[in-house]
Design a protein around this ligand. Structure first.
Ligand code: GDP
Ligand code: IMO
Ligand code: MG
Length: 456
């Protein structure tokens, strides 16, 4: 696989790090390449990151927690990553969990130990954790479940969260009662008091919540010592990475644009910014240090959990995409809902993220279809609307306008270059590219690393 980093992503001056903070706009430093989901998640971000990570020096997670599930298949071995950046596979790069991530410590160590057994040795030495990252406690996960039960009872529907405590942990952060890695590694007596106060706060909201505080603190103290060697000031680490010697820095987005707390299909979203701004706030990277922004989109659409899904196919097509695409959640094991590619949402994701190129994944799943549809516009009361509706009741009502393409009915899984693809598949790809107005740089035709056609 050829190198996908361009010279413009590397800084052209070679000043030592932190030699004074005065810098001109021409001396920006290294640029971070960002990989983001352009739909409702599970687009194949892990695979795209893995591809780029083989060349990267630093691979960072900037938001979300272990609600994410990123699959990487290398040499026949399948890895699933939840909190660890997918770049942890690359023994030559450093993985960084940034301040915008919420970390469930038992989850992190379980994930690491599981991968260690699979042969991923030395991950603890390659991982850096920001001291500003917030902690997800076990009770946040219990509260996540209680909130879902409450939503179901009050509104007749829940969100379908992963129950990993993401919403409650970000709520603690926003209400300024959350606890961070730096608190855990500081004075443990102070930490214990703050922890007890936080538990008390949640118990007053949820009287059914029981927490064995002493047992939790004992475990947290053990985790603190295991975590301590990995913890750094994340902002300073990134500053040095951006302004030291030329470095390839990669940011792995979790979740996706339509799950973004501000721009997604609210309230059926996650609790972080999964769009490009999250890379800046979740790592302390200035906007000028953002280089390429790669959007990842499947050649069709899937969604896990509840919420409007205009191109969903509750029929044989949806079932075929689900079974052929093995569309089952990596984190929760739930079946993913499936439908035609919706270019209205990918264009909307592009409006927010300003993609410099797209990775179109899972083209091979469409190989057996007689005809393929693509959603190109939404209509309300018979009239096309130019924007993506904020209100979910409105989104439920839109009528999708489709373009129909003949299927190529050919196995594409062995294709490794553009010319190996059937003309009808090429036509489908070119249509998508023109409609979004962003070049397609990669086309995925299988799970493993080599099953990716690089277009330029
Ligand atoms: P992520 O959350 O965006 O990293 O994606 P997931 O790992 O949750 O889901 C993507 C699934 O599709 C995984 O099982 C990948 O192995 C698989 N996958 C990724 N790209 C391709 C592709 O081009 N073709 C096929 N058949 N599978 C793919
Ligand atoms: P990756 O990174 C797909 C969905 C959940 C639920 C909603 C809120 O693998 O693409 P949360 O637990 O975050 O409060 O759940 O968001 N969701 C995802 N769906 N892929 C993901 O991550 C997701 N992360 C959250 O299913 O509907
Ligand atoms: Mg996933």
């Amino acid at each position: 696989m050829s190198v996908t980093w361009s010279a413009k992503d590397l800084k052209n001056t070679n000043q030592p790090a932190a030699t004074g903070l005065k810098r001109s706009r021409n001396d920006v430093g290294n640029k971070a390449t960002v990989v983001l989901g352009a739909q409702w998640g599970d687009e194949g971000k892990g695979k795209v990151v893995d591809l780029l990570a083989t060349e990267a020096d630093v691979v960072c997670r900037c938001q979300g927690g272990n609600n994410a599930g990123h699959t990487v298949v290398v040499e026949g071995k399948e890895y699933d990553f939840h909190l660890l950046p997918s770049g942890i596979i690359n023994t030559k790069s450093i993985s960084l969990i940034g301040n915008g991530v919420v970390i469930h410590l038992p989850g992190l160590f379980e994930e690491g130990d599981k991968n260690d057994k699979k042969g991923l040795k030395g991950w603890e030495k390659r991982l850096i954790v920001s001291d500003r990252a917030h902690i997800v406690f076990d009770f946040h996960q219990v509260v996540d479940g209680l909130q879902e039960t409450e939503r179901q009872a009050q509104e007749g529907k829940n969100i379908g969260t992963t129950k990993k405590g993401i919403g409650p942990a970000y709520s603690s952060k926003a209400s300024r009662t959350g606890l961070r890695v730096c608190d855990l590694l500081g004075d443990f007596k102070d930490f214990s008091t703050k922890f007890k106060n936080l538990v008390h706060q949640y118990q007053s909201m949820y009287p059914a919540l029981t927490v064995d505080v002493e047992d939790q603190l004992k475990k947290l103290k053990e985790y603190a010592e295991r975590l301590r060697p990995m913890v750094r000031d994340g902002v300073y680490y990134m500053y040095e990475a951006l302004h030291g010697s030329p470095k390839k820095i990669l940011v792995e987005g979790a979740n996706a644009a339509l799950l973004d707390i501000d721009f997604g299909t609210y309230p059926f979203v996650t609790s972080s910014n999964c769009t490009v701004g999250g890379a800046c706030t979740g790592l302390g990277i200035p906007p000028l240090n953002i280089g390429d922004v790669f959007g990842v989109a499947k050649a069709y659409t899937t969604r896990v959990g509840i919420g409007a899904f205009p191109t969903e196919q509750l029929n044989a097509v949806g079932e075929l995409l689900q079974t052929r695409g093995h569309e089952v959640g990596v984190t929760t094991g739930r079946k993913r809902r499936c439908g035609w590619l919706d270019l209205v949402i990918v264009r909307y994701a592009h409006m927010i993220n300003g993609f410099t190129a797209i990775a179109l994944t899972k083209l091979d799943i469409l190989d057996v279809l007689d005809e393929i549809k693509v959603g190109v516009a939404y209509k309300l009361n018979g009239k096309r609307i130019p924007h993506f509706p904020a209100n979910m009741d409105v989104l439920q009502k839109v009528e999708v306008e489709y373009e129909t393409f003949p299927g190529w009915k050919t196995d594409t899984s062995a294709a490794r270059k553009w010319n190996d693809l059937p003309a009808k598949a090429q036509n489908y790809i070119r249509f998508i590219e023109n409609h979004i107005g962003v070049p397609i740089k990669w086309v995925g035709v299988g799970k493993s690393r080599e099953c990716m056609i690089q277009m330029f």
